[in-house]
Write a protein that binds this ligand. Structure first.
Ligand SMILES: Cc1ncc(COP(=O)(O)O)c(C=O)c1O
Length: 385
């Protein structure tokens, strides 16, 4: 049994989530990392690596790849070859390199909004056009709008960046949904970059489907981005795997990764990834239950105490999507009330135009923090006249 209830002081640890928020009384429930200590097996492996005391360039790290291969097989029933795996410090730099390598200025790239906000900047900063295929809120959960997607798949579209599972709406896309999306993309010769960074964090009862594992045809026209960073709360260590079955796509990626020097993992990333994938399974299974319980706590609390707010149904990730549109106030006013109650969430509008009226809350924290956050939320909403 791991203790996810332990509240760990993160202030003054050069921590984005807690230290960027200068006011000590603020409760940060925004940026996507968790307030839990990572599995002890990772900490022990890092201690052993530190003790060696020599931290030169990494090389010949085959077992690092083997750990990734085994994890994908064991956890996601996806068989991959060692050659397919490219290293990147993070998914965002990899997305940037992929857009750079696989498009020309003026090309169009589709994303399904509301979505993780750096998707916008990696496209537009590489001189491509963002095309939004908006998700639709079907009562209690979001769905893909595949009719709209088909309309937008014109010859200028070169890529679709898929968020699977989806941040911020918490959908774990089904095999059928992915097949239908994949068929459309194949028909229009569009490469899919499937960002699967949240794939290990699906709630018990749901199953993540790796996009590339659906068929060899889809695998040839896609890139899967994965990492132990969200799963084991080691984002600051920076280890990600960009898995590219197709040789020509892989060559494009590797060319840029070589130029930027971002293809070489740091020695702690190698150690942490291996320990996580080789020994972190039990910790992860307990975490998934804890996160689901956190989500259910929040959902129940909001239903009972703040019924004007709607918690969108979630199937995974530790990010919950809150719908405040029923309050009839604008986002600035809402954010001002949150500020007065010293609660830091992520404004929905950063995830796309259809994110206005929403806020994202990070529930990857001990229950005591979630309870405090829920109280503050209730107080903030209660101030509305
Ligand atoms: C969908 C998605 N992709 C990528 C990232 C960040 O990836 P990295 O820190 O590896 O660049 C996040 C972090 O929240 C995310 O939600």
């Amino acid at each position: 049994m791991y203790n996810f209830d332990e509240v760990i002081e993160r202030r003054n640890t050069d921590c984005a989530k807690w230290d960027i928020v200068k006011d000590e009384d603020m409760l940060p429930m925004w940026v996507a990392d968790m307030d839990f200590r990572c599995p002890p097996e990772i900490i022990d492996a890092l201690y052993r690596r530190v003790e060696h005391g020599v931290f030169g360039y990494a090389g010949a790290y085959h077992s690092y790849y083997t750990s990734t291969i085994n994890w994908m097989k064991k956890r996601h029933n996806w068989e991959i070859e060692l050659d397919w795996i490219c290293s990147s410090p993070g998914i965002v730099p990899a997305l940037d390199m992929l857009v750079r390598g696989l498009t020309h200025p003026g090309d169009e790239v589709i994303i399904q909004t509301p979505v993780y906000h750096p998707f916008f900047s990696v496209i537009s900063n590489n001189h491509c056009k963002v095309v939004e295929n908006e998700l639709v809120l079907d009562g209690y959960r979001y769905m893909m709008d595949l009719d709209d997607l088909e309309k937008k798949l014109n010859p200028n579209v070169k890529l679709l960046i898929l968020c699977s599972p989806h941040n911020p709406v918490g959908r774990v896309w089904t095999k059928n949904e992915l097949i239908r999306l994949g068929e459309l993309c194949l028909k229009h010769d569009v490469t899919v970059i499937s960002d699967e960074i949240h794939s290990d964090l699906v709630f018990p009862g749901y199953e993540h489907q790796v996009y590339a594992s659906i068929s060899p045809e889809l695998a040839r026209k896609c890139v899967v981005c994965n990492a132990p960073s969200k799963t084991f709360n080691i984002a600051g260590i920076q280890a990600s795997s960009i898995i590219i079955p197709d040789e020509s796509i892989r060559r494009e990626y590797q060319k840029i990764a070589k130029n930027t020097g971002l293809g070489l993992p740091n020695v702690f990333a190698i150690t942490a990834l291996q320990a996580a994938y080789d020994h972190g399974g039990e910790w992860l299974d307990e975490l998934r239950i804890y996160l689901k319980d956190n989500f259910e706590y929040l959902q129940k609390y909001v239903r009972e105490k703040i019924p004007t707010v709607n918690v969108i149904s979630s199937e995974g990730t530790y990010l919950a999507w809150l719908d405040f549109r029923g309050l009839g106030i604008d986002d600035m006013e809402l954010e001002n009330l949150m500020k007065q109650e010293k609660l830091v969430l992520s404004p929905g509008r950063i995830f796309g135009n259809n994110g206005w009226g929403f806020q994202r809350i990070n529930i990857g924290c001990p229950r005591a923090i979630l309870i405090e956050g829920s109280h503050r939320l209730e107080k903030a909403v209660g101030k509305i006249k």
